[in-house]
Design a binder for this molecule. Sequence first.
Ligand SMILES: [Fe+2]
Length: 276
Amino acid sequence: MAVFAQLTDLHLRPPGTLTLGRIDTDRFVVQAIDAINSRHPYIDAVIVSGDITDLGEEDAYNRAAMLLSRFAVPVIVIPGNHDSTPTLRDAFQAFPGFAEECVPGKACHVHKIGGVTVVALDTSVSSPDQSQHQGELGEAQLRWLDATLATSGPVLIAMHHPPFQVGIDFMDKIGLTDARAFAKVLARHENIVRIVCGHVHRTIVSEVGGVPVMAIPGVAHQVVLALDEMTPPALVMEPPAYGVHMIEGGRAVSHIGYVETYGAPVTFDDHEPVTA
Ligand SMILES: [Fe+2]
């Protein structure tokens, strides 16, 4: 069995700076790392599925690398639409997968952990001012994925943009542009047990090319759940969360854990027996 913790959408700013002028993302990231380390000492690796920083500053990446080094297991990092891949690469040289590019210009990499092949895909699109928030895998990365899947056992795919329309209008406008081509590649293989992603800052479950897909909440702020086009785009401070994915026997089971503590756990033995 292999167990993977997943953090997504850290949106860190340089130390001492609040994200969007109001969110102490640094505090939430510290809390999340402490929570995972204390509650789930059995994890085999951590996946960080993009938007490591909010605005791509070097100081924010250095802080992220320092905080994520608190994990004693491999930390698999991929960029999101808020990231600057060159700056991310510089700060994360010591993290697995950043030594080379799977295809030119993309920070994708593959890892074998506990009998599971983790394929980390790069959906970010570079632009001079980081104004490009749609995602794209690109033909070269899709060909690399197709070849990688053909020679792998059970596969867990990690990516930032969900490869499906989530129904939240403003998020779908910055979705994955080549999701159909991605689904065609998936449909040619039967060894993908789960796709995990971020970007949408919510728990959302769907299926693409016959593969179950799960997006998890952000580690700090969330996106308002509104499935109409009238509600303006907005964030909301719903509970910050992380994912825990268990993979055994070619099957994945995914859980959501909460970053904050909601009272101390009370064992069932502490209660008087309940009688009818
Ligand atoms: Fe995000």
